[in-house]
Design a protein. Structure first.
Length: 292
């Protein structure tokens, strides 16, 4: 998904009522959304990306295409087939806590052209198919093409989640957040592995780090969160972790090395404001890591 994102910085939660405020420098708008965030992170690291997505037939879509070209992201696979482009508003406080409001418009009823998807997928080392509805048919085609599939289902409260079951069942690399899990993160990961037999499972745990499960080694490993620079806004941290892991895993085949690099990449990213801001190139990342 691609959306147009507006962020609002506040002093603290809960937010008291005021008829009007003037947060100078505290309101910013940019292109974001999981698909765009992942594509921009991957391109910044050094990958070539075909981004398959749907936008509206509105002025916002022109802004999106212009931004994609500026960031060297391929625009040939963007379909303008809905009336209005999805938008989001994110309220965040100093320290990183945030509240996200996403208006999907009518994108959940939209379909992406299968022939265009096949054209975009041919020659790719991996397919990142995130859990928006129009990606669902792509899962079956990706399996037919024998492609490595990576997906992020974000916040789950149950391994039996009906909406995300297709994505979990088809993914080789499965990412999610611990936000709705509670204390039994390892048990949750073990149940996902038993049900869906994913090759790799990563559960992002925010300031508590991340849990990595590797099927071939039958191991769980916890990775501590890093502190690359002061936190400004945690929005997009999971997308950054996910994207960097896939990038380094495709390059090395080593999930443990990939997790260390992804953790550093995500930690640095949250020192910026905006879901698609604050990314490092691979060279910059290696330089930052060598300095800690």
């Amino acid at each position: 998904m691609i959306n147009f994102e507006t962020t609002l910085k506040i002093d603290k939660f809960p937010l008291d009522y005021f008829p009007v405020t003037y947060p100078f420098g505290g309101v910013n708008s940019t292109v974001s959304g999981v698909g765009y965030n992942a594509a921009r992170a991957l391109v910044t690291l050094g990958a070539r990306v075909n981004l398959t997505s749907i936008t509206g037939r509105d002025d916002v879509s022109s802004v999106i295409v212009g931004q994609m070209k500026k960031c060297r992201i391929e625009t040939d696979f963007i379909v303008k087939s809905i009336q209005n482009t999805p938008q989001s508003v994110i309220i965040f406080e100093t320290g990183g806590r945030r509240q996200i409001h996403v208006d999907l418009k009518d994108i959940q009823a939209a379909l992406y052209p299968q022939d265009l998807f096949i054209k975009a997928a041919e020659g790719c080392d991996a397919l990142i198919l995130c859990n928006i509805n129009f990606s669902r048919p792509m899962l079956f085609e990706a399996k037919r093409m024998n492609k490595l599939i990576a997906t992020d289902v974000h916040a789950l409260s149950s391994p039996e989640d009906d909406y995300n079951s297709d994505f979990m069942r088809h993914s080789d690399i499965l990412f999610l957040s611990d936000e709705n899990i509670g204390s039994g993160v390892r048990q949750f990961a073990a149940e996902l592995a038993r049900r869906y037999s994913n090759e790799i499972i990563v559960i992002g745990m925010g300031s508590k780090g991340a849990l990595l499960y590797v099927k071939k080694d039958e191991t769980f490993r916890h990775f501590e969160a890093l502190n690359m620079r002061p936190v400004i806004n945690t929005i997009g941290a999971g997308d950054a972790l996910f994207s960097a892991f896939v990038y380094f895993y495709i390059k090395t085949g080593d999930p443990y090395f990939s997790m260390t690099r992804a953790s550093a990449f995500a930690s640095y990213k949250i020192g910026a404001n905006g879901g698609a801001e604050g990314f490092l190139t691979q060279e910059e990342l290696e330089e930052k890591i060598s300095g800690i």
